[in-house]
Design a protein around this ligand. Structure first.
Ligand code: BEZ
Length: 217
């Protein structure tokens, strides 16, 4: 069965452009953002890898580590040679300094274990998958983009903010929420407990829709 939110993220050992890793150990207490790219030396992927590198401080602020797998490597090169040569292009064209690991996955074992290959779209290359993995190593978010659409990394950072907030407070975040905006008090909190739990104030829009200023700022 396909991986779902709440499942344990499959662990794996892999060679990467930064050396061998054992995924769960490499994550440690961090959040993980594990992404698949259809292929090295392709235009959309090149912009995405550059964007992730240029957002390094944003991932760091959120204690989140990006990791990338790309199964489409250049003929005549080993997967790691291909990744490393591609990184040079990314750095040059995207004004970036890629220092997060790109995983080699010559037999597609890792991509298959995460369901990153959608055979009806393409039976050899991955789609653009995003898995956000919490420090408890469970999957918190899954998004699949088609190969033709580059990911929205503002959205990925926004979800990390929401996940990290809702992991610590009894709130949820409304549609299009952004860091700093009001949050929703979860239904499990009785209305009479809201003033003590959320001393910054609250608004009762409906008995099932109660909002409060973002509690962690
Ligand atoms: C790209 O990254 O540009 C790309 C990769 C595979 C298929 C289509 C586009």
């Amino acid at each position: 069965m396909a991986l779902q939110i709440g499942d344990k993220a499959p662990n794996f050992k892999a060679n990467t452009t930064n050396g061998e890793i054992s995924f769960h150990d490499w994550l440690g207490d961090s959040w993980g953002v594990f992404m698949s790219h259809p292929a090295d030396f392709t235009p959309v992927c090149t912009t995405e890898i550059g964007k992730v590198a240029n957002l390094k401080s944003e991932f760091k602020k959120r204690n989140a580590k990006p990791l990338v797998v790309s199964v489409g490597t250049k003929e005549g090169l080993t997967p790691l040679e291909s990744h490393r040569a591609w990184i040079k292009d990314v750095n040059e064209t995207q004004k970036a300094h890629v220092d997060f690991p790109l995983v080699e996955d010559p037999d597609k074992d890792i991509a298959n274990s995460y369901g990153m290959i959608h055979p009806n779209a393409n039976d050899t290359l991955t789609v653009r998958s995003v898995f956000i993995i919490g420090p408890d190593k469970t999957i918190k978010l899954i998004i699949s983009y088609p190969a033709s659409t580059g990911r929205n990394f503002v959205e990925i950072l926004r979800v990390l903010d929401s996940l990290q907030l809702t992991a610590n407070y009894q709130v949820a975040t409304p549609a299009d929420w952004k860091y700093g905006e009001d949050c929703i008090v979860v239904p499990a909190v009785p209305t009479e407990d809201i003033p003590t739990k959320f001393p910054k104030g609250h608004t009762i829009v409906k008995e099932y829709l109660r909002t409060t200023p973002q509690p962690n700022i």
